[in-house]
Design a protein around this ligand. Structure first.
Ligand code: NAP
Length: 192
């Protein structure tokens, strides 16, 4: 089977929100440096997987290949605006084999339930940007676990991802970026 890498991308507030209480992406989470980083990463990806609401809210001027997650799909269908996938009907292994037969890098820009879904499937890496000094009470969290008081970091650590160094994307924002990488299987059998 062709190799597929899965990279998640989110920018969150201090309280781990990706959208405000109305479900909209607020200005406090919009940052030029983060956007430039995100776009450069998308340029490296062969497929972008996103929830239906995010797909409808964000035009696709570069005509990137999208796979839209929606319960309205009968499994996996090709529509005019990309692939539409229902994970309750068809597993990711099949969907990715059909949508990306040559393999490659997959970008997952959310939203919440899609981020949750790929925690189960397994991220190769998660690129977590944070807009410091911002809070969005009642907003949409990056992971459902944050509704039960977990931080984004504790959810990622609990999913066998390990934080890389934090770098500053925009000192004025300020906005930082930490890339979490999947832990490699380094444990050796005690018999070896
Ligand atoms: N700050 C960030 O980095 C960031 C990242 C992503 C999104 N956002 C913002 O967050 C808001 C939207 O995010 P959201 O989480 O509310 O919505 P979303 O993920 O964009 O869309 C939700 C929809 O996706 C479908 N879906 C998701 N998971 C599914 C599953 N497991 N099975 C079947 N269908 C599934 C459902 O569509 P159906 O109703 O068709 O079944 C669901 O209604 C927008 O304002 C967006 O701009 C921000």
């Amino acid at each position: 089977m062709a190799a597929v890498e899965i990279h998640g991308y989110a920018i969150v507030s201090d309280d781990d929100r990706i959208a405000d209480a109305e479900g909209r992406m607020p200005d406090v989470l919009r940052n030029d440096a983060d956007w430039a980083y995100f776009q450069s990463e998308l340029d490296r990806c062969a497929l972008v997987v996103l929830g239906r609401l995010g797909h409808e809210a964000n035009p696709n001027p570069k005509q990137r290949l999208r796979l839209v997650v929606s319960s309205s799909s009968s499994g996996l269908e090709q529509r005019n605006d990309g692939w539409w996938w229902n994970p309750a009907v068809l597993p990711w292994s099949e969907a990715s084999r059909l949508a990306l037969p040559q393999g490659g890098r997959v970008a997952v820009p959310g939203g919440r339930l899609v981020f949750d879904l790929f925690l189960e499937i397994g991220y190769t890496a998660f690129h977590l940007a944070r807009a410091h000094g911002t809070r969005l009470p009642g907003g949409v969290p990056v992971f459902s676990g944050c509704l039960q008081g977990q931080t984004a970091e504790s959810v990622l650590a609990g999913s066998r991802l390990r934080a890389g160094p934090r770098r500053v994307l925009d000192p004025a924002g300020p906005v930082s970026l930490t890339v979490w990488q999947a832990e490699r299987e380094t444990r050796r059998s005690s018999w070896s």
